[in-house]
Design a protein around this ligand. Structure first.
Ligand code: ARG
Length: 465
């Protein structure tokens, strides 16, 4: 005989088996068990403090919930689909264990504020975990940049060779992106850690609850202002999914570069064996599958964001069952983000940067053309004119199949008589990088400043908020 539903008082027949399968969420919302138990323990303490629950009942509830926590952690807890969700599985087990006191736990509470609380606690925990992983990634980028202050490679615009840059500068561009991701998460964290407990089903409750007490017990930052908003708001989950999407977008850009750099036509990097795979048919292959999958998985994280935005868009006040569709996309995005950020840190840590290939590439594409133009400006030629004359020099070199620095002095002087023998030092890629000392530029000074700022930031990080 099937167990009577907790909400089954007004029903005379049981639930259709397909409906039960369709509506249950325990299969995935059991991921909330720790937060559900923590929330219930805080709720019981508050009820006892307010005199709504006897001290004895509250103590029994606390012990029962502690035992359930242990049962789940030991893997002996039996999750039952017919009990629908994590909340009712735990509450039903509590009543099995401690009898009547278990039936009093839900006083002044609804699953609507309960699930909103659990989900916020989970989102807060994952927010911290993402930040921690991102900091590790930034630290790896800083470390690799530190090693490659002198390594130069072609910087591109339109993916065409533009001007030489240091590899440190290129890598630090990503460090700043991931640092911004951390700051976005910090900001979202403040709004996530607002307790909805006490909103009850939608209208508040008749019991003399103390929502600020439960919020403080749970280490949250504050309490809801409007009970209807509290039970139906999922902005915190959406903000998390947007942050996750942004993180994946940043990772995906980096993946794209690594994939291109690993192609032998570039050969700028050699992938560590542990992070590459072979082909079942082509023996020579070493494929950048990790980077490709990370680029691919970016799509599913964007998908999670769009899924939840779409779930929310037509919902009237207040709680609607549609909201149960909020957790799976979040949990999936969490798994993807955590694994991706950590794998990227591991892969970058072991990546071999092939300086000689990068140096050779600096000889293709006239990366020093801007240097010649700037040199002419230094000799008193107006920039527009200098640009034009340099274009002639490029055309001449191209027609001869050589670089600008391979042209003879007389040939260069034929284009512009102001050019002297000192031009050749100016055309060196290292000189081009050295001269770019404007703030945030690729010159050694600004790169040192970036490194110092990022190191100071890493040292100042605490995960306390
Ligand atoms: N499993 C539900 C969810 O995730 C819990 C809240 C159910 N509330 C309700 N009134 N049926 O949204």
């Amino acid at each position: 005989m099937a167990e009577k539903k907790m909400w089954g008082g007004r029903f005379s027949k049981g639930t259709d088996a397909d409906v039960e399968r369709y509506t249950q969420s325990v299969e995935y919302d059991k991921a909330l068990y720790e937060h559900d138990i923590a929330g219930s323990r805080a709720h019981a303490r508050m009820l006892a403090k307010q005199g709504v629950l006897s001290r004895e009942d509250a103590a029994r509830i606390d012990e029962g919930l502690a035992q359930i926590l242990k049962e789940i952690q030991d893997g002996v807890f039996v999750w039952r689909v017919e009990r629908e969700d994590v909340h009712m599985n735990i509450e039903a087990r509590l009543t099995e264990l401690i009898g009547d006191a278990g039936r009093r736990l839900h006083t002044g509470r609804s699953r609507n504020d309960q699930v909103a609380l659990d989900f916020r606690l989970l989102a807060g925990e994952r927010n911290r975990a993402w930040r921690e992983r991102l900091r590790v990634l930034v630290a790896v980028l800083v470390e690799r940049a530190e090693e490659h202050k002198e390594t130069l490679l072609p910087g591109c615009t339109h993916f065409q060779p533009a001007q030489p840059v240091s590899l440190a500068h290129h890598l630090l561009a990503y460090a700043w992106m991931f640092k911004r991701d951390v700051s976005r998460l910090e900001d979202a964290f403040k709004r996530t850690m607002i307790s909805p407990l006490g909103a009850a089903a939608l209208a508040g409750t008749t019991y003399p609850l103390d929502p600020a007490f439960t919020a403080a017990e749970l280490g949250m930052n504050g309490v809801f202002d409007n009970s209807m908003d509290a039970v139906s708001d999922r902005d915190f989950a959406l903000e998390a999914l947007f942050c996750a999407s942004m993180i994946m977008m940043h990772l995906s850009r980096l993946c794209e570069e690594l994939i291109v750099w690993a192609n032998p036509a570039f050969g700028f990097v050699a992938l560590p064996d542990g992070y590459a795979t072979g082909s079942s048919i082509m023996p020579q292959k070493k494929n950048p599958d990790v980077a490709e999958l990370m680029r691919g998985k970016t799509g599913r994280v964007y998908g999670a964001l769009v899924t939840l935005l779409t779930v929310m868009k037509g919902l009237p006040m207040a709680y609607n069952r549609d909201l149960q569709e909020d957790k799976e996309p979040f949990l999936d995005a969490d798994r993807t983000v955590c694994a991706s950020v950590s794998l990227m840190a591991g892969m970058l840590g072991e990546l071999v940067f092939r300086k000689e290939r990068m140096a050779a590439a600096l000889r293709n594409g006239f990366l020093n053309a801007t240097e010649l133009a700037d040199y002419l400006v230094g000799k008193g030629v107006a920039f527009r004119e200098a640009h034009h004359l340099t274009g002639h020099a490029v055309a001449l070199a191209e027609s001869r199949g050589v670089n600008l620095e391979d042209l003879r002095l007389e040939e260069l002087q034929g284009i512009c008589p102001e050019i002297g023998a000192d031009v050749f030092a100016v055309l060196e890629p290292a000189a081009a990088v050295r001269r770019r000392q404007t703030p945030g530029g690729t010159g050694p000074g600004p790169v040192e400043e970036q490194l110092a700022a990022l190191k100071a930031w890493l040292a100042s990080c605490t995960v306390s908020n």
